[in-house]
Write a protein that binds this ligand. Structure first.
Ligand code: PLP
Length: 401
């Protein structure tokens, strides 16, 4: 047996990796192919065009790199910056912390703006740093759009406004790992220079593909950036793009066909409908949390995330026990609290190819677990609050109208 059996479907509610839909699984169930045959470049060319749509860019250049979100970070940084460059980075949770650690290990001069976990990026501090940076020593702003550890979504439009107001030329590098394809994300409109995601998040694919998109300004920066890069060098890709063969090394054929199927599903539903669905899933989850009398780790509404909710438990309860019981008793996978919020929060991931009834299943599981661990919850209270909202808001399925 290759996994620990539990009857029925596992309710996978970690904030990535997420469920892979059947059509994507079927599309990937295929033999390897010669990537130098005429077929793979044809497939790749269309994929590169189509993938731009999920970033909402027409001017960006995408790269499909065999890696994870962490590798995509490295690709964004090393292609655009030189060691010693001053960059401003926001520390608001575990993933922004890890990105900062990578930035420091790559020898950038990282100016960290820290906020309490549960808060968004402090853009007032950014505004004053930019205003005092007369000599334009800040080469890049690095920001995690959606901090998966705390369920906080940052306001990228405001970051762009702050840069534009001062005509500051810093590059804007955005981690969209738990946002792109689920939250409102507009690469061109917000002047994002590098945006990136990982295949296992809202695209609902297996892990293994970093999807990166570079603006013309980022590509220009890559011509002079001195950071050492080999595997992640965009230039190697660009050479093969010009040749029309696309691949500097062997791509995963299965992931390419999987991406094709994943994009087809997203386009069939409509990207804006996908984003609206995440809006409903997020809101329904928050209503349930409120009905349980628990609090959201995210401190203000403006930062609420529609892809993940971190639920704070009372001090007498260990949130890791909730996650353990969920899996052991109910075949439900919830996200652990990470680092500073370990034991204090559990996370409900609500992203990717997921519908409202699946979410209600998860919420009813959470209620039973809360009761199991001694929290006085009224069974059905969160589900009722979420269902009342969903029943009023779920539209007809776009492809079935
Ligand atoms: N950035 C964010 C916002 C994430 O949520 C994650 C992983 O969950 C990462 C980066 C790292 O991605 P990976 O684990 O694919 O390397």
């Amino acid at each position: 047996m290759d996994y620990v059996y539990g009857p029925g479907r596992n309710h996978l509610f970690v904030p990535g990796p997420v469920n892979i839909p059947e059509p994507v699984l079927r599309a990937m169930n295929r033999n390897n192919e010669d990537y130098r045959s005429p077929a793979v470049p044809v497939l790749t060319k269309i994929l590169l065009e189509d993938v731009k749509k999920i970033f909402k860019t027409t001017s960006g250049t995408p790269f499909l790199i065999p890696t994870t979100g962490t590798g995509a970070w490295e690709s964004a940084l090393t292609n655009t910056l030189s060691p010693g460059d001053r960059i401003v980075s926001f520390l608001i949770g575990q993933f922004s912390l890890l990105w900062i650690d990578q930035q420091q290990r790559l020898k950038f001069d990282v100016d960290v703006i820290e906020s309490e976990w549960g808060q968004g990026a402090n853009l007032d501090v950014l505004a004053s740093k930019l205003a005092s940076d007369i000599g334009h020593t800040i080469k890049a702003i690095c920001i995690v759009h959606n901090e998966t550890a705390t369920g906080v979504t940052n306001n990228l439009a405001t970051v762009r406004k702050l840069l534009d107001k001062l005509s500051h030329p810093a590059l804007l590098l955005v981690d969209g790992v738990s946002s792109i394809c689920a939250l409102d994300f507009r690469m061109d409109e917000w002047g994002v220079d590098v945006a990136l995601t990982g295949s296992q998040k809202a695209l609902s694919l297996p892990t293994g593909m970093g999807i990166i998109c570079a603006s013309p300004k980022a590509l220009e920066a890559s011509k002079t950036a001195k950071s050492v890069r080999v595997f992640f060098d965009w230039n190697d890709y660009l050479k093969f793009y010009k040749l029309g063969t696309y691949w500097p090394y062997t791509p995963s054929i299965q992931l390419l066909y999987g991406l094709r199927a994943a994009l087809d599903l997203i386009f069939e539903e409509g990207l804006d409908n996908v984003i609206a669905r995440h809006g409903r899933l997020g809101k329904a989850t928050r209503l349930a949390v409120e009905a349980w009398g628990l609090t959201n780790c995210t401190q203000k509404e403006e930062w609420y995330s529609d892809t993940v909710t971190a639920v704070v438990v009372p001090p007498s309860i260990d949130s890791a026990e909730i996650v353990r019981r969920a899996w052991k008793r109910y075949n439900l996978s919830l996200g652990l609290g990470l680092n500073k919020v370990a034991g204090k929060v559990f996370r409900i991931g609500h992203l990717g190819n997921l519908n409202e009834l699946q979410l209600l299943g998860c919420l009813s599981g959470v209620e039973m677990i809360l009761k199991d661990v001694g929290y006085p919850v009224k069974l059905g209270s969160g589900v009722a609050a979420a269902a009342a909202y969903l029943q009023n808001t779920i539209p007809l399925i776009p492809s079935r109208i």
